[in-house]
Design a protein. Sequence first.
Length: 214
Amino acid sequence: MSRFVQLAYTSAVREVQQEMGSAKAADRQLRAPGEGADPLGDPEADFIGGLDGFLFASVGETGWPYIQFRGGPAGFVHVLDERTLGYLSVRGNRQYITTGNLRGDDRVALFFIDHARQIRLKVFGHATAVPAGDDPVLAQRLASPRSEGTVEHLVSIRVEAFAWNCPNHITPRFSQREVDDALVPVRDRLARLEQENAALRAELAARHDAVRPD
């Protein structure tokens, strides 16, 4: 079985699955072979590396979960190896809720979603956030690309498990970059048509002048 299933299918979850009629399907997942942490492969690395943001969930000492959006240029979350993700955390609103939560409980959940392609990836892991100057080698590995701003922490996530989610109910949305890229051929076509239109107007004006009586 996948590590994600092991962690996600708690006894309470199994009880609900039984009530809702999905227990047999869950049983098949639990019987599937597999052990240890789920290693990231090329599909996961390519997907994560192509996104410009994700949701980061941590748990505070009160037991309440906290979700934060982290964004940057595509690829700012680096896949360091098959079990490790990392990125540079830059200065924000200076509440440091996520950073503080990690000191009490390093378990986190990451949610990566591509609205345009209607794909999502869920990740369980153990995260650390250390001051930017503590590990110059890691800081250099995460330096490009990175989010703009003053770097404060180096965040590393040791991946414990992941699962691809179904595309149901993901509303297609497109970033400004994606819209601009899609419109390039349209804009090129419009520019050519405007040039052709201008040339035709000039030709008609010349013909009109040629037949105009003195």
